[in-house]
Design a protein around this ligand. Structure first.
Ligand code: FAD
Length: 626
């Protein structure tokens, strides 16, 4: 509908259908806002620019939180994941997390289907070149094809596209991703509005033709037998699961890289932007770890219907012909052909300290930023910001108070708080160590922590809400059984247990107490449940209940430690303080502290990326020196 010089009018416009944009548009539309999702190409909705995988440590937690709030990423990956694995299975539940390899094409198709089935959501293909702002308030957007779209709120989620510049060897060209144009004019529009812009970089490995790989050389890595879904709504992963493979680089590859390091734009000075520390290129790994004789690689098939294989761990921006030579030097890849070479990309991001906790910009009312544009890296980090920005765009349109999550209750809250308080000096990725409360932020408690918010916002439907309540009641009943089931010395089971664990169990012991004894794994407790309860109980429910019980003491101790740490902000740090002499500090933490040279403990606390553990270690040393 034409409206005062505009071709169409909406409540909310979301720019960019990447991981942030899809969540933002879906949330705003489901909250009742007439929403347009404007993106460069409808064929790349939900495109995974790099690794076709979702989840992993901390990232898997984010997906669970997105799901609990009523977001869509978890459901989409559950329908399109081709290899599910629960990471850190052997470690504590606080750091376990699901990860799934996706069929890249199916993920895109399923995301598009999900969006197209959403009421109030309108897809529009086009390149946004300008933001229309009057009197410090967003009015709409202008497209390259001359259309002007009006909106009361706009979410900008343009990923790596702003002033994107691709590097392969010495060749550079503007692009948002390989094969897609960069957003040049929109980047200029942001600068005109006064947004402070910086430059970051990321990279991706070559994709191989699976028919030219000698698979027999590689170690198979099968999917989990019992795949753990991301969404609380998914009962079972139905689709067949595939195997990935593990391999290694070797000294010959490293030697070739060293001999040609001047060809890498990372080392020739051609790339200025800072890259993600935790996804280093193979050039970086070889230069920074000269003593390592090999680096691990994962060969990950890109889907059921393609022979394209993702060479995880081999991100590079070396010239294409050199990439081919390097690949041939890897055992098992002597004949392998590259389908798409790897590359690096530099792009603009906006200083996230410009944002409020609601992801609205302080410069333009009704304008929200989400995703990689805020200096983060990763699909999950992008998606959770999209969800929060989409929710708030809808609330803004309604004139209602905006919504924020606190650090103590979610990794999403940690991420946003870190971004807006500290800004970024390198692409920001989520880690469990970024949270002071990680024991309380387990992936299996995301629903208890966040579903009530999702319900209140109108994003958790009746069916999901009923499922949530059923689970909550089930867990409460189970907890009562675990705390109430007691074995006395006179019970035959008591003697067997005592013998099996090799421990004195006192006069009597409850299942809850037993679960806290070394060696008492959840499956042992499961077998000890009363018969009528056991038949009604899943092992995963029991694991959640036991983790709640086991961690309750630690969570309390953690809260007390946090309070203690905050009390020491005034402690001075001498100018010549030697961080390298502290054995408990990682190299990364030492680098960050040396770069910032804080004068007090309080300043050290606010340095981006300093972990809670590092602060505790630093505090002990500072106190010893006093
Ligand atoms: P994107 O997924 O980039 O989506 C942006 C969307 O905006 C696209 O659909 C685009 O078409 C659209 N768009 C852009 N400009 C306009 C415009 N003006 N008008 C309309 N539409 C527009 N992450 C990791 O965690 N690890 C890695 O190793 C890693 N490597 C990467 C390597 C490469 C080469 C790239 C490109 C990205 C890599 N990433 C990596 C980052 C990851 O892809 C992003 O973090 C994530 O996709 C960001 O999501 P987003 O929604 O913010 O943006």
């Amino acid at each position: 509908m034409k409206f005062m010089g505009f071709d169409e009018s909406f409540d909310v416009i979301v720019i960019g259908a990447g991981h942030a944009g899809c969540e933002a548009a879906s949330a705003a539309a489901r909250m009742g806002a007439e929403t347009a999702l404007v993106t460069l190409s409808l064929d790349t909705i939900g495109q995974m620019s790099c690794n076709p995988a979702v989840g992993g440590i901390a990232k898997g937690h984010l997906v669970r939180e997105i799901d609990a709030l009523g977001g869509i990423m978890g459901r989409v990956i559950d329908r399109t994941g081709i290899q599910f694995r629960l990471l850190n299975r052997s470690r504590g539940p606080a750091v376990q997390a699901p990860r799934a390899q996706a069929d890249r094409a199916l993920y895109r198709a399923e995301m598009r289907r999900t969006l197209e089935a959403t009421p109030n959501l309108h897809l529009r293909q086009g390149l946004v070149i300008d933001l229309i702002v009057t009197d410090g308030r967003i009015q709409g957007v202008e497209l390259q094809d001359t259309r002007r779209l009006r909106a009361k709120a706009v979410v900008l989620a343009t990923g790596t596209f702003l002033n994107g510049l691709i590097h392969t060897g010495r060749r550079t060209y503007t692009a948002g991703r390989a094969g897609e144009p960069a957003s040049i004019e929109l980047a200029e529009s942001l600068k005109r509005l006064g947004f402070p812009v910086g430059r970051l970089k990321t990279g991706t490995p070559p994709r191989l033709d699976g028919r030219t790989i000698d698979w027999s050389v590689f170690e198979p890595q099968p999917a989990d037998e019992r795949p753990v879904p991301f969404s609380f709504a998914t009962e079972r992963i139905e689709q067949p699961q595939i195997t990935c493979y593990i391999g290694y680089t070797n000294e010959r590859v490293h030697e070739t890289i060293r001999a040609n390091i001047h060809e890498s734009p990372l080392y020739s000075g051609q790339i200025k932007g800072i890259g993600p520390r935790y996804c280093p290129s193979i050039e970086d790994k070889v230069v920074k770890f000269p003593d390592k004789t090999r680096h691990q690689l994962f060969l990950e098939p890109e889907g059921y219907e393609t022979y394209e294989v993702y060479l995880n761990g081999f991100s590079t921006s070396m010239p294409a012909e050199l990439q081919q030579e390097l690949v041939h030097q890897i055992e098992g890849l002597e004949e392998a052909r590259i389908i798409r070479p790897g590359y690096a990309i530099e792009y603009d991001f906006v200083d996230p300290r410009e944002l409020t906790p609601f992801l609205e910009t302080t410069r333009v009312r009704g304008l929200f930023f989400a995703g990689q544009i805020n200096g983060t890296t990763g699909y999950e980090e992008a998606a959770c910001q999209g969800l929060i920005a989409g929710i708030n765009a809808a609330l803004f349109v309604r004139g209602e108070p905006l919504f924020r999550l606190r650090r103590e209750e979610s990794y999403i809250g940690v991420l946003i708080d870190d971004l807006i308080t500290n800004g970024v000096d390198e692409p920001y990725r989520m880690f469990t160590s970024r949270s002071e409360n990680r024991l309380a932020l387990r992936y299996d408690t995301a629903d208890a922590r966040l579903a009530p918010y999702g319900r209140r916002l109108g994003l958790v439907g009746d069916e999901d809400w009923e499922r949530f309540n059923r689970r909550r009641e089930r867990l409460a009943r189970l907890r009562a059984v675990v705390e109430g089931t007691r074995f006395k010395r006179s019970d035959p089971t008591y003697a067997q247990l005592s013998q099996r664990l090799g421990q004195n169990l006192g006069d009597s012991i409850t299942l809850a107490q037993l679960a806290q004894r070394p060696g008492a794994q959840p499956d042992l407790i499961y077998d000890l449940l009363p018969q009528e309860v056991r038949t009604q109980t899943s092992l995963s429910d029991l694991e959640t209940v036991l983790a709640d019980i086991i961690y309750s003491g630690y969570i309390e101790a953690q809260r007390a430690t946090n309070e203690r740490i905050n009390q020491h902000d005034h402690i001075p740090i001498p100018a010549n303080f030697n961080y390298r002499a502290i054995s408990g500090l990682s190299r990364e933490m030492v680098e960050r502290l040396e770069r910032a040279r804080p004068e007090t403990f309080g300043q050290a606390r606010r340095i981006p990326g300093i972990t809670h553990g590092a602060l505790a270690t630093l505090l002990v040393h500072l106190k010893l020196k006093r």
